[in-house]
Every structure is written in C-alpha cells, then in structure tokens.
Write a new protein. Structure first.
Length: 367
C-alpha cells in the first residue's frame, strides 16, 4: 500500500469515529417559491443576510476559511436569490483577477450535467438508458467478449457499475485496449472515468450533433448558462463562470424546471438521478453524489464504508463534485444552492474533507 493509500485509510478511520459522534444538522423546511434570474444580462435578485436572519458576524470566518484554501468563487443561493457571492485570487492563467465573468473548470462536477443531458436525450426518445451501450458506441468499444460487452447498458455508465477493470492503470483512457473485463455489469461499483466519458459519444451519436451543440440547445439556451466542453487529454471538461454553475444548481433545485419551462419533463428519470441508483453504493445516483445514506464508496476505492458524504451538511443534500473541490451543492429542504470553484484546498487529503469543513462554516452563518 503506498503512502497516499495509508493516509487515506487512516483518514477514513478518523471519519468513521467522527461520524459516530456527530449528528447531521436539522433545519426548518423552506416553503418559498423559487426565483429565476433573467436569461440574459447580469441581473440577479439578492437577499441580504438580515432579510433571512442569517448571521453576518460568522461570514468573516467562512470567508477566511474559503480564501485560505484556494477558493476562487463562492456563491450561496437561497430560494434562487443570491445571498453570498465572493471572488478571490487570479484566473487560471494568473493574468487577471478572478471575477464574475471568469471561467473555471468543473472537473467531475460536469458528470451531473452529463447525467441531465442523458435524461434529456431519453426524454426526446433519442435513446433509452436500458439500451446496450454498444448500440451507440459500436461493437468492440471495449476489449470484452461480445457477450460480456452486451451486458453493459447506458444505465451502468450512469451509475459507475460497468464492471470494467479498475486495475489497468489509466482510468481516463477510452481506447478499447484500456477497457477490460473485471466483473459483470451491475455487480461492481468503481469510479471509472473512461466509462463516464464515453457517455458523451453515446449522446452525440444518438442526437446526431456535437456534445457542445446538444448542451447549447437543451440546457444553456433555456437557462442562460454560458460555458463549453473542452478536450483535456482523454477527458472532456466543462468550463463556465460561477454564476452559470449556480444556474445549473438552480435548475436541479427546481427538478429540471427553469421559470415556466419544465426542461426535464421525465420526473421519473430526474428522481432516479438524485436518489440511490443501486445498492452497491447508495451514496451515488446518476453521476451525482448523495448525502444522508448508510454507506459510501469513494473514488479510487473499491470498498464501502459506513460513512456519510458530509456529516455537517443537510441529509438531503445532493451534489455535483469535482477534482480539487469543485462543488455544486443542492439542498431541496432549504432551497439552497452552494457553489465553490477553486484550487485544491490546502492541507486536505481529499476534497470531501474540505467539503465537510466548508459546511461546518456555512452552518454557523445560516443557523
């Protein structure tokens, strides 16, 4: 076991001890209607801390924590309105201050956007998540036998249960030679990035257009989001400004609705996306992380642990989460959306540690 894995093992033991002693905070449910900002321009209504009885003095500790841990953008929406919006540091090239118009990478937080797009494709009858992946990727998209490859459905790509070998080395590689058999589809959970990445080809081939064009037509043009998918090695990474991430979070909070437009009409799909999608890792929906579940399998690990995604966050939180602490947190019970973009947090082993600490600071403000 290498040094990193040793540290991770002891960190998990620590988390287990802590989670046994702490209780997830309780909150009074929100019944307010959601506000949606205009499609164009920078207009976005605000709520002050005083308006909603949040603690202004405790924001100083929150801001200090965020800025000292590499955060570039931080937004909290309450009922769709901006309560907190802060920016720190420089853009990705260190050539200009980070501000409202600066783009940043979503990393794996873009997986939840992909899950939403797959749902739209199914809604438009372009595909079914119960279709074989080979219907859209072609036979031989893996190194598996035809019989084993045909067991893999789009749903397995959405739920990280393709059964592909995670010990081959490069889990980003989408070449058939890299995609080898380890278990039958549906019988193994592992955070395999390549299987997710290939969903973009599934959607593009089903829709007959580029992935960026499909995203533009089905989400961006209907919500006022900006941003685009950009290639990075074997990956395709979504970049946008923080407000666009907040718009996507608000779209999720509204269960796929934007103002009077019900973009995601297939509510069965949406509910499946933000709830446990299988029993192997109940803390995972369709490419979306879930709090409040009995156990979790974290990225890079094959084993389940009796832990929460976040002890300090509301139990109904679901999240798009990415490398170096890119978060789109959605809390339906409180009508909250929390956005964090930035560099890898200092002195944190994995982003989930920072995420939990962040929510401890947020709780002090919204108590």
């Amino acid at each position: 076991m290498n040094a990193w894995m040793n540290k991770l093992f002891f960190f998990l033991l620590f988390l287990l001890a802590v989670s046994c002693k702490k209780e997830t905070p309780t909150y009074s449910p929100s019944t307010n209607e959601l506000y949606y900002p205009p499609m164009n321009g920078a207009t976005w209504e605000n709520s002050t801390l005083a308006d909603i009885n949040w603690s202004a003095p405790d924001t100083a500790d929150l801001y200090s924590f965020l800025s000292s841990n590499g955060t570039r953008a931080f937004i909290i929406l309450k009922d769709g309105k901006i309560v907190i919006e802060k920016y720190w540091g420089q853009n990705i090239l260190n050539t200009a201050p980070f501000n409202q118009a600066t783009n940043w990478y979503w990393a794996s937080a873009g997986k939840t956007l992909t899950a939403f797009l797959v749902g739209i494709a199914q809604q438009k009858a372009l595909l079914s998540i119960n279709d074989k992946s080979s219907k859209y990727l072609g036979p031989g998209w893996t190194s598996l036998s035809p019989q084993k490859e045909d067991l893999i459905l789009i749903k397995h790509q959405l739920t990280m249960t393709t059964g592909l070998d995670y010990t081959t080395g490069d889990l980003d590689c989408t070449d058939p030679a890299c995609l080898q058999y380890k278990a039958d589809a549906g019988s193994q959970w592992f955070y395999h990035n390549a299987a997710y990445t290939l969903l973009e080809s599934v959607v593009s081939n089903a829709a007959g257009m580029s992935y960026n064009n499909f995203t533009d037509e089905e989400v961006k043009s209907k919500t006022g989001m900006n941003g685009s998918w950009l290639p990075l090695g074997s990956n395709n990474v979504f970049w946008s400004d923080a407000r666009s991430a907040a718009r996507f979070g608000l779209l999720l909070l509204g269960k796929g609705k934007w103002a009077n437009d019900q973009i995601m009409t297939d509510q069965n799909y949406f509910n499946a996306m933000v709830n446990s999608s299988q029993t192997l890792n109940p803390a995972y929906g369709y490419l979306t992380w879930l709090n409040g579940k009995s156990s979790i399998i974290l990225p890079s690990l094959p084993n389940s642990f009796p832990l929460l995604l976040s002890v300090n966050a509301p139990s109904d939180l679901f999240a798009a989460m990415g490398k170096n602490g890119q978060y789109i947190d959605v809390v339906p019970s409180q009508n909250l959306v929390v956005i964090r973009m930035g560099e890898a947090p200092d002195n944190n082993l994995v982003p989930t540690v920072f995420h939990d600490d962040m929510w401890k600071k947020i709780n002090a403000v919204i108590k």
